[in-house]
Write a protein that binds this ligand. Structure first.
Ligand code: NDP
Length: 454
């Protein structure tokens, strides 16, 4: 396959989930591949995102499980928590994963370059040490980085990336934002026993989710002692002895040990000069359905280009890219019904259309909801409830959307995604024997219907 006019068939910039998968598949198909990464192999998801976040999230839930355990007869003399142990063990596992990624690439002969790389021209890459390579095709898979809004004292703010590296668990944390990272880290911090407040400029958290989920998660989080300030913005951060003073737009102020900005992420586009490749208004690289940028032999996948900043989407794009470009397949890029979860406490799992989206598209819909106290909590005083919402097309009875708050909702949403893709109906659910006693049996037994019409 090697075109001898070039050093490589494919040069990948960025060794995150998307870049690594594309490089491996291309190399397995016989291409000569190089990959450049200036940080550790693994990217956001493995090093400073999904995986370490899930470790912290698991850890934060033990405070709740310890209470439940007591209601089942367990007695603990003393429970203590060590942030240092958690971080040390998390780091060990992340290092292991990073080395596995590296080993898997080495096995298929990929040249791994631990340096930053810049695109010099359409076939030339220049490394940070000034060495140059040529490649027939270049793939940009450089991901995204945290965005910090402009304000006085913003240099005192940290991102979720930095939170993973803290040497101690702060006693009081303020989180700015109302999206995925804000809710997940707020639950982690309060679950680990520290005070946490969310400051969000909008009037409902998770504004793009089904509105019932947005509303209910706020109530649940507040009943878990989270302080949530909506319609509120920090205008200045200043040092106040060992803390930071946050001045808000309503004239009030509060103090915090840490201010964590969870205000979205912006694409990493430093590997090319502005005029070389076209980007959209948000700075993301514009690509066509084959992931080609404005320069046809330069491609982009993952967070640097798309709207769904999700690891599995980047991986799917990598697979389609590598198979079409190096195995001569003709896979079509069609991504819909992406299941998604917010690993807050309680957890959110969702897939398919929200009520608003379903009404817009189908005009008349049936909605089934259920709210109940899971068996697991009933022996304790904990008041956690599980909420499930199904949205169906009134005419065909096809399942369009699934939204859940409660334990295991991410796991359940994953399974429902296949059901939605397979166009199952309410009739199919009703004819499935429920598995008793579980939370997901509710999905098979929902009876309270509301029909809504546009
Ligand atoms: P999100 O886009 O989810 O949320 C960003 C939040 O920041 C929004 O509430 C937004 O408000 C607010 N915001 C944006 N700009 C400003 C500003 N200038 N001042 C004040 N507030 C602002 O991004 P996250 O940072 O939470 O996460 C980044 C991405 O990572 C997510 O989009 C998600 O795709 C991915 N992710 C996925 C996870 C998962 O799958 N479980 C977990 C973590 C991250 P507004 O709504 O008003 O615009």
């Amino acid at each position: 396959m090697l075109d001898n006019n070039y050093d490589f068939d494919l040069f990948v910039i960025g060794a995150g989930s998307g870049g690594v998968r594309a490089a491996r598949l291309a190399a397995q198909a016989g291409a000569k591949v190089a990959i450049a990464e200036k940080n550790r192999i693994g990217g956001t998801c493995v090093i400073r995102g999904c995986v370490p976040k899930k470790f912290l999230s698991y850890s934060s839930k033990f405070s709740k499980h310890n209470i439940v355990a007591k209601s089942f007869g367990w007695e603990y003399k003393e429970t203590t928590f060590s942030w240092q142990t958690l971080i040390r063990n998390k780091d060990k596992q992340i290092q292991k994963l990073s080395l596995i990624y590296q080993g898997n690439m080495e096995k298929v002969g990929i040249k791994i370059i631990n340096l930053g790389a810049k695109i010099k021209d359409k076939n030339t890459i220049r490394l940070d040490n000034s060495k140059e390579y040529t490649a027939k095709k270049i793939l940009i898979a450089t991901g995204a980085k945290p965005y910090f809004p402009e304000m006085k004292g913003i240099e005192y703010g940290i991102s979720s990336d930095d939170f993973f590296e803290l040497k101690y668990l702060p006693k009081k944390v303020t989180i700015v934002g109302g999206g995925y990272i804000a809710l997940e880290f707020a639950s982690i911090i309060s679950g680990l026993g520290s005070d946490c407040q969310i400051i969000y400029r909008g009037n409902k958290l998770l504004k793009d989710f089904d509105s019932d989920i947005s509303q209910l998660i706020q109530t649940e989080l507040q009943s878990n002692k989270l302080d949530i300030k909506l319609n509120s913005q920090i205008i200045e951060i200043s040092k106040d002895n060992d803390q930071f003073k946050l001045s808000l737009d309503d004239g009030t102020s509060s103090n915090s040990d840490i201010v964590l900005f969870a205000t979205g992420r912006v694409p990493n586009i430093g590997c090319f000069e502005n005029q070389l490749i076209k980007t959209d208004a948000a700075g993301r690289i514009k690509v066509n359905k084959s992931f080609q940028t404005s320069i046809p032999n330069i491609y982009a996948i993952g967070d640097v280009s798309n709207n769904h900043q999700l690891t599995p989407v980047a991986i799917r794009e990598a697979m389609i890219f590598a198979r079409n470009e190096f195995e001569r397949e003709n896979q079509k890029y069609k991504i819909e019904n992406i299941p998604t979860a917010v690993f807050c406490n309680p957890e959110i799992g969702t897939v398919g259309l929200s009520e608003k989206e379903a009404l817009m598209k189908y005009k008349k819909i049936d909605i089934y909801t259920s709210s109940f106290r899971p068996l697991y909590y009933t022996l304790s005083d904990l008041t956690y409830r599980t909420y499930i919402k199904l949205i169906l097309d009134n005419k065909s009875q096809k399942l369009l959307g699934f939204h859940m708050i409660g334990d295991d909702s991410a796991e359940i949403a994953q399974m429902i995604a296949t059901m939605i893709n397979k166009k199952i109906t309410k009739y199919d659910l009703d004819n499935t024997i429920p598995l008793h006693p579980t939370s997901s049996e509710e999905i098979m037994t929902m009876r309270n219907k509301i029909t809504k019409e546009l």
